[in-house]
Design a protein around this ligand. Structure first.
Ligand SMILES: C[S@@+](CC[C@H](N)C(=O)[O-])C[C@H]1O[C@@H](n2cnc3c(N)ncnc32)[C@H](O)[C@@H]1O
Ligand code: SF4
Length: 302
């Protein structure tokens, strides 16, 4: 398996293919049972430069989903804050980081509340960058002309979050949302409105719907290594490097002000990575310090 991993690195020379290789290595070998081992193996190989980042288009949201930190108003007063990615900052970031070829725009908020989204999507298209919203969109506030732009500018992937199959059930969780509007935008006679990947997998029975099922099929535990700090760092809408999708409270410098490379090289960021690898002692000012994955690595193998 290691030989295969190396072969992929030599052949492809790109972080995206490395990530695929890493995921594959982490999840398909029946002999592996430790995600930290996988991470260490992955890191032994040269990484030519990060080519995938999360860059949040909007941390603002108009709904009040009851278990969501954004819906509950928690992120407003944390490092994440409440705002949207400005086109000028996006352009600057893209121009300064030509290695970055994949940008995920969604995470804490609703990307369609960003009034400069069209310019962002168009610029990414012009620069041949894959843009996605794979964490999710609630799709309650999208302008129809922007939907055409998603197609025109080859938006790579959009995951629409719909909890409920009628307005009555939908509004229990998606408080403030309008099921009929979302479905109207999302549904054509040739395309099912159910595009939550977990539901699709459950009904098609092609995928894995639980860790138990994974274990039965592959004879080892599901592995979910914490690798985002290396592979696809998370950048807040205002440029704060937050590192991973769980951290809402501590930043590692500002990418728009100091540059991505500088922030990734900072003492604090390097320490966080070494902490995740178990090379240095836990430090209280690190976001990982209170993270459930760091505190209880066993969870990653359960
Ligand atoms: C935070 S939302 C942001 C993107 C968009 N507004 C949406 O609803 O898809 C991203 C995803 O996280 C899910 N989510 C919200 N709160 C969560 C929680 N406490 N635990 C796990 N997932 C959560 C949402 O259902 C949604 O699928
Ligand atoms: S729509 Fe998304 S971001 Fe908004 S409250 Fe619901 S889950 Fe959170």
């Amino acid at each position: 398996m290691l030989a295969k991993l190396k072969y992929w690195f030599d052949e492809k020379k790109g972080a995206f293919s490395m990530w695929s290789a890493f995921l594959r290595y982490g999840t398909s070998s029946p002999k592996r049972n430790n995600s930290f081992d996988n991470l260490k193996l992955f890191l032994k190989h040269n990484i030519s430069g990060i080519n995938t980042v999360f860059l949040e288009a909007s941390s603002i949201c108009q709904l009040k989903c009851p278990v969501c930190p954004t819906g509950k108003g928690l992120t407003k007063n944390e490092a994440v804050g409440w705002g949207y990615l400005k086109f000028n900052n996006f352009k600057k970031f893209v121009d300064q980081n030509p290695n970055v070829k994949n940008i995920e725009l969604s995470h804490w908020g609703e990307i369609f509340l960003n009034p400069e989204l069209k310019e962002i999507i168009k610029y990414a298209y012009d620069k041949k960058i894959n843009i996605s919203a794979s964490i999710g969109v609630n799709l309650n506030s999208v302008r129809e002309d922007l939907i055409e732009d998603l197609v025109k500018y080859k938006f790579k992937h959009l995951l629409v979050s719909i909890d409920g199959a009628s307005n009555d059930t939908y509004k229990i969780y998606r408080i403030g949302g309008d099921f009929d509007r979302v479905i109207k935008l999302n549904h054509t006679s040739s395309y099912s409105p159910i595009n939550d990947k977990r539901l699709v997998r459950k009904f098609s029975e092609k995928g894995i719907v639980s860790r138990e099922e994974f274990k039965q099929r592959y004879k080892h535990n599901y592995l979910n290594p914490c690798a985002q700090l290396w592979v696809s760092p998370f950048i807040n809408w205002d440029g704060k490097l937050l590192g991973c999708c769980i951290n809402r409270k501590v930043d590692f410098g500002n990418v728009f002000e100091n540059g991505l490379k500088e922030c990734l090289k900072s003492e604090k960021y390097v320490y966080a990575k070494n902490m995740v690898l178990g090379k240095v002692k836990p430090r209280g000012d690190m976001p990982c310090y209170n993270c459930r994955y760091y505190k209880n690595p066993e969870r990653q193998n359960n």
